[in-house]
Design a protein around this ligand. Structure first.
Ligand code: SF4
Ligand code: SF4
Length: 459
Protein backbone atom coordinates (compact mmCIF):
# COMPACT_ATOMS: atom_id res chain seq x y z
CA UNK A 1 0.00 0.00 0.00
CA UNK A 2 2.85 2.36 0.95
CA UNK A 3 4.36 1.77 -2.49
CA UNK A 4 1.09 2.64 -4.18
CA UNK A 5 0.92 6.17 -2.77
CA UNK A 6 4.65 6.98 -2.77
CA UNK A 7 4.59 7.97 -6.46
CA UNK A 8 3.42 11.45 -5.46
CA UNK A 9 6.51 12.00 -3.26
CA UNK A 10 9.06 12.19 -6.05
CA UNK A 11 9.56 12.86 -9.71
CA UNK A 12 9.71 9.72 -11.80
CA UNK A 13 12.59 11.19 -13.75
CA UNK A 14 14.80 11.66 -10.67
CA UNK A 15 16.27 8.80 -8.62
CA UNK A 16 16.70 8.58 -4.82
CA UNK A 17 20.07 10.30 -5.05
CA UNK A 18 18.62 13.18 -7.05
CA UNK A 19 20.17 12.10 -10.35
CA UNK A 20 18.33 12.32 -13.65
CA UNK A 21 16.59 9.12 -14.76
CA UNK A 22 16.88 9.15 -18.55
CA UNK A 23 13.57 8.17 -20.17
CA UNK A 24 13.68 5.71 -23.08
CA UNK A 25 10.03 5.49 -24.14
CA UNK A 26 8.95 2.59 -26.30
CA UNK A 27 7.90 3.59 -29.81
CA UNK A 28 4.12 4.16 -29.62
CA UNK A 29 1.87 2.56 -32.21
CA UNK A 30 -1.86 2.72 -32.74
CA UNK A 31 -4.90 4.70 -33.74
CA UNK A 32 -4.27 7.79 -31.58
CA UNK A 33 -0.59 7.93 -32.48
CA UNK A 34 -1.59 7.89 -36.16
CA UNK A 35 -4.04 10.77 -35.66
CA UNK A 36 -1.39 12.70 -33.74
CA UNK A 37 1.12 12.02 -36.50
CA UNK A 38 -1.31 13.60 -38.97
CA UNK A 39 -1.67 16.67 -36.74
CA UNK A 40 2.13 16.85 -36.44
CA UNK A 41 2.51 16.59 -40.22
CA UNK A 42 0.12 19.51 -40.72
CA UNK A 43 2.01 21.49 -38.10
CA UNK A 44 5.37 20.82 -39.81
CA UNK A 45 3.93 21.72 -43.21
CA UNK A 46 2.62 25.00 -41.79
CA UNK A 47 5.74 25.81 -39.77
CA UNK A 48 8.38 25.04 -42.39
CA UNK A 49 6.53 26.17 -45.54
CA UNK A 50 4.70 29.29 -44.37
CA UNK A 51 7.74 31.62 -44.07
CA UNK A 52 8.41 31.00 -47.80
CA UNK A 53 4.88 31.94 -48.87
CA UNK A 54 4.36 35.51 -50.08
CA UNK A 55 1.33 37.63 -50.73
CA UNK A 56 1.62 40.85 -52.78
CA UNK A 57 5.38 40.91 -52.19
CA UNK A 58 5.17 40.48 -48.40
CA UNK A 59 5.36 37.32 -46.30
CA UNK A 60 1.94 35.70 -45.90
CA UNK A 61 2.64 35.42 -42.16
CA UNK A 62 5.16 37.51 -40.25
CA UNK A 63 5.24 38.14 -36.51
CA UNK A 64 7.78 40.92 -36.15
CA UNK A 65 7.55 41.46 -32.40
CA UNK A 66 10.64 43.71 -32.51
CA UNK A 67 9.01 46.33 -34.76
CA UNK A 68 5.48 45.34 -33.65
CA UNK A 69 4.55 44.68 -37.28
CA UNK A 70 2.43 41.61 -37.92
CA UNK A 71 1.19 40.07 -41.16
CA UNK A 72 -1.45 37.47 -40.53
CA UNK A 73 -2.73 35.58 -43.59
CA UNK A 74 -1.82 38.56 -45.80
CA UNK A 75 -3.40 41.28 -43.63
CA UNK A 76 -0.85 43.79 -42.31
CA UNK A 77 -1.07 45.03 -38.74
CA UNK A 78 1.16 47.99 -37.88
CA UNK A 79 2.32 49.12 -34.41
CA UNK A 80 -0.87 51.21 -34.23
CA UNK A 81 -2.85 47.95 -34.36
CA UNK A 82 -0.92 46.39 -31.49
CA UNK A 83 -4.02 46.51 -29.29
CA UNK A 84 -5.53 43.89 -31.65
CA UNK A 85 -2.58 41.57 -31.03
CA UNK A 86 -2.93 42.06 -27.26
CA UNK A 87 -6.67 41.37 -27.46
CA UNK A 88 -6.07 38.28 -29.61
CA UNK A 89 -3.51 36.96 -27.09
CA UNK A 90 -5.88 37.60 -24.20
CA UNK A 91 -8.67 35.78 -26.03
CA UNK A 92 -6.34 32.85 -26.79
CA UNK A 93 -5.35 32.56 -23.11
CA UNK A 94 -9.00 32.49 -21.99
CA UNK A 95 -9.78 30.00 -24.74
CA UNK A 96 -6.94 27.76 -23.57
CA UNK A 97 -8.12 27.98 -19.95
CA UNK A 98 -11.67 27.06 -20.93
CA UNK A 99 -10.42 24.28 -23.13
CA UNK A 100 -8.27 22.97 -20.26
CA UNK A 101 -11.16 23.00 -17.79
CA UNK A 102 -13.16 20.81 -20.16
CA UNK A 103 -10.53 18.73 -21.95
CA UNK A 104 -7.55 18.90 -19.60
CA UNK A 105 -4.07 18.89 -21.08
CA UNK A 106 -5.20 17.78 -24.52
CA UNK A 107 -3.36 20.79 -26.00
CA UNK A 108 -0.04 19.46 -24.65
CA UNK A 109 -0.41 16.05 -26.26
CA UNK A 110 -1.82 17.10 -29.60
CA UNK A 111 -0.87 20.69 -30.42
CA UNK A 112 2.02 21.90 -28.27
CA UNK A 113 5.12 22.52 -30.47
CA UNK A 114 7.34 21.10 -27.69
CA UNK A 115 5.52 17.74 -27.84
CA UNK A 116 5.22 17.75 -31.62
CA UNK A 117 8.92 18.47 -32.20
CA UNK A 118 9.97 16.01 -29.47
CA UNK A 119 7.73 13.10 -30.40
CA UNK A 120 7.53 13.49 -34.18
CA UNK A 121 10.91 14.93 -35.15
CA UNK A 122 13.63 14.35 -32.55
CA UNK A 123 12.34 11.05 -31.12
CA UNK A 124 11.94 9.43 -34.58
CA UNK A 125 15.56 10.46 -35.33
CA UNK A 126 16.57 8.76 -32.08
CA UNK A 127 14.60 5.59 -32.91
CA UNK A 128 16.20 5.57 -36.36
CA UNK A 129 19.76 5.84 -35.05
CA UNK A 130 19.62 4.08 -31.68
CA UNK A 131 16.64 1.76 -32.10
CA UNK A 132 13.61 1.24 -29.87
CA UNK A 133 13.50 1.32 -26.04
CA UNK A 134 15.27 -2.01 -25.50
CA UNK A 135 18.20 -1.14 -27.81
CA UNK A 136 18.45 2.36 -26.36
CA UNK A 137 18.68 1.03 -22.79
CA UNK A 138 21.28 -1.51 -23.90
CA UNK A 139 23.29 1.21 -25.60
CA UNK A 140 23.04 3.50 -22.56
CA UNK A 141 24.47 0.75 -20.32
CA UNK A 142 27.42 0.09 -22.64
CA UNK A 143 30.73 1.79 -21.94
CA UNK A 144 31.77 4.20 -24.66
CA UNK A 145 32.99 2.28 -27.70
CA UNK A 146 33.25 2.92 -31.44
CA UNK A 147 29.68 1.79 -32.14
CA UNK A 148 28.17 3.92 -29.35
CA UNK A 149 30.28 6.95 -30.26
CA UNK A 150 29.28 6.70 -33.93
CA UNK A 151 25.58 6.47 -33.03
CA UNK A 152 25.82 9.44 -30.65
CA UNK A 153 27.68 11.53 -33.25
CA UNK A 154 25.11 10.70 -35.97
CA UNK A 155 22.17 11.35 -33.62
CA UNK A 156 23.42 14.66 -32.28
CA UNK A 157 24.49 15.84 -35.75
CA UNK A 158 20.95 15.19 -37.01
CA UNK A 159 19.57 16.90 -33.88
CA UNK A 160 21.77 19.93 -34.63
CA UNK A 161 20.49 20.09 -38.23
CA UNK A 162 16.89 19.91 -36.99
CA UNK A 163 17.58 22.57 -34.33
CA UNK A 164 19.14 24.89 -36.94
CA UNK A 165 16.16 24.37 -39.25
CA UNK A 166 13.79 25.26 -36.39
CA UNK A 167 15.93 28.26 -35.38
CA UNK A 168 16.07 29.67 -38.92
CA UNK A 169 12.35 29.11 -39.50
CA UNK A 170 11.46 30.74 -36.19
CA UNK A 171 13.55 33.80 -37.04
CA UNK A 172 12.06 33.85 -40.56
CA UNK A 173 8.62 34.20 -38.95
CA UNK A 174 9.92 37.27 -37.12
CA UNK A 175 12.10 38.96 -39.75
CA UNK A 176 10.85 37.41 -43.00
CA UNK A 177 12.61 34.72 -45.05
CA UNK A 178 13.88 37.32 -47.56
CA UNK A 179 15.67 39.15 -44.76
CA UNK A 180 17.37 35.99 -43.50
CA UNK A 181 18.44 34.83 -46.97
CA UNK A 182 19.52 38.41 -47.81
CA UNK A 183 21.65 38.54 -44.65
CA UNK A 184 23.34 35.27 -45.69
CA UNK A 185 24.06 36.75 -49.13
CA UNK A 186 25.55 39.89 -47.52
CA UNK A 187 27.73 37.74 -45.28
CA UNK A 188 26.95 36.60 -41.75
CA UNK A 189 29.58 38.87 -40.20
CA UNK A 190 27.73 41.94 -41.44
CA UNK A 191 24.64 40.89 -39.46
CA UNK A 192 25.99 39.53 -36.21
CA UNK A 193 23.15 41.18 -34.25
CA UNK A 194 20.78 38.77 -36.03
CA UNK A 195 22.95 35.68 -36.38
CA UNK A 196 24.25 35.55 -32.79
CA UNK A 197 20.69 35.38 -31.34
CA UNK A 198 19.64 33.00 -34.14
CA UNK A 199 22.45 30.52 -33.42
CA UNK A 200 21.98 30.91 -29.66
CA UNK A 201 18.29 30.15 -30.09
CA UNK A 202 19.11 27.09 -32.22
CA UNK A 203 21.53 26.01 -29.48
CA UNK A 204 18.75 26.29 -26.89
CA UNK A 205 16.48 24.20 -29.16
CA UNK A 206 19.25 21.59 -29.47
CA UNK A 207 19.71 21.53 -25.68
CA UNK A 208 15.96 21.26 -25.00
CA UNK A 209 15.31 18.39 -27.38
CA UNK A 210 18.65 16.71 -26.97
CA UNK A 211 18.94 16.85 -23.17
CA UNK A 212 16.26 18.74 -21.24
CA UNK A 213 13.37 16.98 -23.00
CA UNK A 214 10.33 15.98 -20.90
CA UNK A 215 11.49 18.27 -18.08
CA UNK A 216 10.07 21.20 -20.07
CA UNK A 217 6.60 19.69 -19.50
CA UNK A 218 7.13 18.35 -15.98
CA UNK A 219 9.15 21.18 -14.43
CA UNK A 220 9.39 24.31 -16.57
CA UNK A 221 6.13 24.88 -18.44
CA UNK A 222 3.85 27.37 -16.59
CA UNK A 223 0.79 26.00 -18.39
CA UNK A 224 1.59 22.55 -17.01
CA UNK A 225 1.84 24.01 -13.48
CA UNK A 226 -1.64 25.53 -13.88
CA UNK A 227 -3.28 22.12 -14.27
CA UNK A 228 -3.68 21.71 -10.52
CA UNK A 229 -6.13 24.61 -10.32
CA UNK A 230 -7.89 24.04 -13.64
CA UNK A 231 -8.77 20.37 -13.51
CA UNK A 232 -11.71 18.98 -11.63
CA UNK A 233 -13.51 15.65 -11.42
CA UNK A 234 -15.46 16.43 -14.58
CA UNK A 235 -12.42 17.24 -16.76
CA UNK A 236 -11.81 14.83 -19.61
CA UNK A 237 -8.29 13.37 -19.32
CA UNK A 238 -6.32 10.30 -20.20
CA UNK A 239 -7.61 8.04 -17.41
CA UNK A 240 -7.05 4.49 -16.27
CA UNK A 241 -10.31 2.72 -15.45
CA UNK A 242 -9.25 1.33 -12.08
CA UNK A 243 -12.71 -0.14 -11.47
CA UNK A 244 -12.27 -2.31 -14.51
CA UNK A 245 -8.51 -2.80 -14.31
CA UNK A 246 -7.99 -3.74 -10.65
CA UNK A 247 -7.01 -6.06 -9.10
CA UNK A 248 -4.43 -6.36 -11.81
CA UNK A 249 -2.65 -9.49 -12.95
CA UNK A 250 0.18 -10.58 -10.68
CA UNK A 251 -1.65 -9.57 -7.47
CA UNK A 252 -3.29 -11.90 -4.95
CA UNK A 253 -6.67 -11.54 -6.62
CA UNK A 254 -5.16 -12.11 -10.06
CA UNK A 255 -7.58 -12.37 -12.92
CA UNK A 256 -10.35 -10.28 -11.37
CA UNK A 257 -9.36 -7.08 -13.17
CA UNK A 258 -8.55 -6.48 -16.83
CA UNK A 259 -5.06 -4.98 -16.32
CA UNK A 260 -2.46 -7.47 -17.55
CA UNK A 261 0.26 -5.65 -15.58
CA UNK A 262 2.35 -5.71 -18.76
CA UNK A 263 3.82 -2.26 -17.96
CA UNK A 264 3.51 -1.22 -21.61
CA UNK A 265 1.61 1.92 -20.57
CA UNK A 266 4.62 2.91 -18.43
CA UNK A 267 7.22 1.91 -21.02
CA UNK A 268 5.68 4.09 -23.76
CA UNK A 269 5.21 7.09 -21.49
CA UNK A 270 7.49 10.01 -22.47
CA UNK A 271 7.33 11.38 -18.91
CA UNK A 272 7.92 7.97 -17.29
CA UNK A 273 4.80 7.87 -15.15
CA UNK A 274 2.40 5.07 -14.34
CA UNK A 275 -1.06 6.31 -15.32
CA UNK A 276 -2.55 3.54 -13.19
CA UNK A 277 -1.66 5.65 -10.14
CA UNK A 278 -4.26 8.22 -11.22
CA UNK A 279 -4.11 11.73 -12.68
CA UNK A 280 -0.63 13.21 -12.38
CA UNK A 281 0.73 16.62 -13.21
CA UNK A 282 3.42 15.04 -15.39
CA UNK A 283 0.87 13.51 -17.78
CA UNK A 284 0.86 15.45 -21.04
CA UNK A 285 -2.14 13.52 -22.38
CA UNK A 286 -0.10 12.19 -25.28
CA UNK A 287 -2.32 9.07 -25.66
CA UNK A 288 0.68 6.73 -26.06
CA UNK A 289 -0.48 4.65 -23.07
CA UNK A 290 -4.00 4.44 -24.54
CA UNK A 291 -2.65 2.91 -27.74
CA UNK A 292 -0.31 0.57 -25.86
CA UNK A 293 -3.06 -0.63 -23.55
CA UNK A 294 -5.59 -1.06 -26.37
CA UNK A 295 -3.10 -3.33 -28.17
CA UNK A 296 -2.77 -5.41 -24.99
CA UNK A 297 -6.52 -5.58 -24.47
CA UNK A 298 -6.92 -6.91 -28.01
CA UNK A 299 -4.23 -9.54 -27.33
CA UNK A 300 -5.94 -10.53 -24.06
CA UNK A 301 -9.34 -10.71 -25.79
CA UNK A 302 -10.78 -7.90 -23.65
CA UNK A 303 -12.57 -4.72 -24.70
CA UNK A 304 -10.36 -1.71 -25.57
CA UNK A 305 -10.43 1.48 -23.50
CA UNK A 306 -9.03 0.36 -20.15
CA UNK A 307 -7.00 3.57 -20.49
CA UNK A 308 -9.16 6.10 -22.30
CA UNK A 309 -10.34 9.70 -22.47
CA UNK A 310 -12.70 10.05 -19.53
CA UNK A 311 -13.25 12.07 -16.35
CA UNK A 312 -12.85 10.91 -12.77
CA UNK A 313 -16.61 11.14 -12.41
CA UNK A 314 -16.98 9.22 -15.66
CA UNK A 315 -14.89 6.37 -14.24
CA UNK A 316 -16.54 6.45 -10.80
CA UNK A 317 -20.18 6.86 -11.83
CA UNK A 318 -20.19 6.39 -15.58
CA UNK A 319 -21.27 10.06 -16.00
CA UNK A 320 -19.80 12.87 -18.06
CA UNK A 321 -20.73 16.49 -17.28
CA UNK A 322 -18.98 18.84 -19.64
CA UNK A 323 -21.45 21.62 -18.88
CA UNK A 324 -20.99 22.95 -15.33
CA UNK A 325 -20.98 26.45 -13.73
CA UNK A 326 -17.24 26.90 -14.33
CA UNK A 327 -17.39 26.03 -18.04
CA UNK A 328 -20.48 28.25 -18.47
CA UNK A 329 -18.71 31.22 -16.80
CA UNK A 330 -15.57 30.76 -18.96
CA UNK A 331 -17.72 30.42 -22.10
CA UNK A 332 -19.50 33.71 -21.36
CA UNK A 333 -16.19 35.53 -20.83
CA UNK A 334 -14.83 33.96 -24.02
CA UNK A 335 -17.89 34.97 -26.05
CA UNK A 336 -17.63 38.56 -24.79
CA UNK A 337 -13.93 38.68 -25.68
CA UNK A 338 -14.57 37.17 -29.12
CA UNK A 339 -17.35 39.74 -29.69
CA UNK A 340 -15.09 42.65 -28.70
CA UNK A 341 -12.24 41.27 -30.82
CA UNK A 342 -14.44 40.82 -33.90
CA UNK A 343 -15.78 44.35 -33.45
CA UNK A 344 -12.22 45.73 -33.24
CA UNK A 345 -11.20 43.89 -36.43
CA UNK A 346 -14.37 45.06 -38.16
CA UNK A 347 -13.83 48.71 -37.17
CA UNK A 348 -10.14 48.69 -38.08
CA UNK A 349 -9.51 51.26 -40.84
CA UNK A 350 -6.87 51.43 -43.59
CA UNK A 351 -5.82 54.90 -42.43
CA UNK A 352 -5.48 56.58 -39.10
CA UNK A 353 -5.86 60.34 -39.33
CA UNK A 354 -5.93 63.30 -36.97
CA UNK A 355 -6.61 66.96 -37.68
CA UNK A 356 -5.98 69.42 -34.85
CA UNK A 357 -5.79 73.18 -34.76
CA UNK A 358 -2.12 74.14 -34.32
CA UNK A 359 -1.25 74.34 -30.65
CA UNK A 360 -0.80 77.80 -29.16
CA UNK A 361 -2.40 79.66 -32.10
CA UNK A 362 -5.78 81.37 -32.33
CA UNK A 363 -6.55 83.16 -35.59
CA UNK A 364 -5.18 85.72 -38.01
CA UNK A 365 -7.25 88.45 -39.60
CA UNK A 366 -6.54 88.73 -43.31
CA UNK A 367 -7.54 91.93 -45.14
CA UNK A 368 -10.84 93.49 -44.01
CA UNK A 369 -12.91 90.55 -42.80
CA UNK A 370 -11.36 87.16 -43.74
CA UNK A 371 -9.86 85.09 -40.94
CA UNK A 372 -7.45 82.15 -41.04
CA UNK A 373 -6.68 79.22 -38.68
CA UNK A 374 -3.73 76.84 -38.97
CA UNK A 375 -4.25 73.06 -38.67
CA UNK A 376 -1.94 70.08 -38.28
CA UNK A 377 -2.86 66.88 -40.08
CA UNK A 378 -1.31 63.47 -39.43
CA UNK A 379 -2.04 60.32 -41.45
CA UNK A 380 -0.89 56.71 -41.04
CA UNK A 381 -1.15 54.55 -44.14
CA UNK A 382 -1.86 50.96 -43.02
CA UNK A 383 -2.27 49.64 -46.57
CA UNK A 384 0.23 48.23 -49.07
CA UNK A 385 -0.37 51.07 -51.58
CA UNK A 386 1.01 54.56 -52.10
CA UNK A 387 -1.38 57.43 -51.38
CA UNK A 388 -1.38 61.24 -51.61
CA UNK A 389 -3.60 62.78 -49.00
CA UNK A 390 -5.70 65.91 -49.49
CA UNK A 391 -8.04 67.83 -47.19
CA UNK A 392 -11.32 69.31 -48.43
CA UNK A 393 -13.57 71.86 -46.78
CA UNK A 394 -17.06 70.36 -46.63
CA UNK A 395 -18.82 72.95 -44.43
CA UNK A 396 -19.17 75.85 -44.94
CA UNK A 397 -19.15 75.71 -48.70
CA UNK A 398 -17.12 78.89 -49.10
CA UNK A 399 -13.54 78.99 -47.87
CA UNK A 400 -10.00 78.22 -48.98
CA UNK A 401 -7.36 75.70 -47.93
CA UNK A 402 -3.71 76.72 -48.42
CA UNK A 403 -1.00 74.15 -47.75
CA UNK A 404 1.87 75.50 -45.68
CA UNK A 405 3.89 72.32 -46.25
CA UNK A 406 3.89 69.85 -49.15
CA UNK A 407 0.84 67.59 -49.17
CA UNK A 408 1.28 64.18 -47.56
CA UNK A 409 2.41 61.34 -49.81
CA UNK A 410 2.68 58.00 -48.05
CA UNK A 411 4.17 54.66 -48.98
CA UNK A 412 2.89 51.52 -47.28
CA UNK A 413 3.07 51.69 -43.51
CA UNK A 414 4.32 55.29 -43.50
CA UNK A 415 3.27 58.10 -41.20
CA UNK A 416 3.01 61.62 -42.68
CA UNK A 417 2.47 65.07 -41.19
CA UNK A 418 1.56 68.36 -42.84
CA UNK A 419 0.22 71.82 -42.05
CA UNK A 420 -2.46 73.83 -43.81
CA UNK A 421 -4.21 77.16 -43.42
CA UNK A 422 -7.99 77.45 -43.67
CA UNK A 423 -9.31 80.87 -44.68
CA UNK A 424 -12.99 81.71 -44.16
CA UNK A 425 -14.61 84.89 -45.47
CA UNK A 426 -16.21 87.30 -42.93
CA UNK A 427 -19.81 86.40 -43.87
CA UNK A 428 -19.22 82.78 -42.68
CA UNK A 429 -18.00 83.85 -39.24
CA UNK A 430 -21.28 83.61 -37.37
CA UNK A 431 -19.63 83.26 -33.94
CA UNK A 432 -16.21 83.19 -32.31
CA UNK A 433 -16.23 79.38 -32.53
CA UNK A 434 -17.47 78.44 -35.99
CA UNK A 435 -18.33 74.74 -36.45
CA UNK A 436 -16.68 73.45 -39.62
CA UNK A 437 -16.42 70.10 -41.40
CA UNK A 438 -13.19 68.88 -43.04
CA UNK A 439 -12.78 65.73 -45.10
CA UNK A 440 -9.53 63.77 -45.50
CA UNK A 441 -9.49 62.54 -49.12
CA UNK A 442 -7.28 60.28 -51.22
CA UNK A 443 -7.72 59.09 -54.79
CA UNK A 444 -11.16 60.72 -54.79
CA UNK A 445 -12.26 58.65 -51.79
CA UNK A 446 -13.32 60.17 -48.48
CA UNK A 447 -11.22 58.59 -45.74
CA UNK A 448 -12.56 60.45 -42.72
CA UNK A 449 -14.76 63.42 -41.92
CA UNK A 450 -13.89 65.74 -39.02
CA UNK A 451 -16.32 68.07 -37.25
CA UNK A 452 -14.08 70.62 -35.56
CA UNK A 453 -14.06 74.32 -34.75
CA UNK A 454 -12.66 77.44 -36.39
CA UNK A 455 -11.72 80.29 -34.08
CA UNK A 456 -12.73 83.83 -35.08
CA UNK A 457 -12.79 87.26 -33.35
CA UNK A 458 -15.81 87.94 -31.10
CA UNK A 459 -18.63 89.74 -32.92
S1 SF4 B 1 0.45 8.76 -18.85
FE1 SF4 B 1 -0.14 8.24 -20.92
S2 SF4 B 1 -0.98 10.11 -21.77
FE2 SF4 B 1 0.10 10.67 -19.92
S3 SF4 B 1 2.12 11.26 -20.65
FE3 SF4 B 1 2.24 9.10 -20.10
S4 SF4 B 1 1.80 8.00 -21.99
FE4 SF4 B 1 1.18 10.11 -22.30
S1 SF4 C 1 -0.93 -1.29 -20.71
FE1 SF4 C 1 -2.97 -1.71 -19.91
S2 SF4 C 1 -2.82 -3.83 -19.37
FE2 SF4 C 1 -0.72 -3.18 -19.56
S3 SF4 C 1 -0.15 -2.51 -17.50
FE3 SF4 C 1 -0.93 -0.72 -18.55
S4 SF4 C 1 -3.08 -0.65 -17.95
FE4 SF4 C 1 -2.37 -2.70 -17.51
Amino acid sequence: MAKKVSFRDKLTTVDERGRRVWVHPKKPKGRFTNYRRMVAFMFFAFFFIMPWVKYKGDPFIMLNIIERKFIIFGAIFWPQDFYLVVMSLLTSVVFLLLFTVIFGRIFCGWFCPQTIFMEFLFRPIEYLVEGDRREQIKLAKQPMNANKLTKKIIKYTLFAVAALAIGHTFFAFILGMDTITGFYRDGMFHHTSTFIPLYLFSGVVFFIFGFFREQVCTIACPYGRLQGVLLDKKTILVMYDYLRGEPRKGTQKEGLGDCQNCMDCVHVCPTNIDIRNGTQLECINCTACMDACDANMVKAGKPKGLIRYDSEEGIEKGERHIVNPRTIAYSIVLLILLGVLSMMFFLRTDFETTILRQKGTLYQVLGDTAVSNIYDVEVINKTRNKYTIDVKLLKPKVGEIKWLTPKITLDKGEIGKAKFMLILPGNELTSSNVPIQLGVVSKGKMIKVYDISFVAPRK
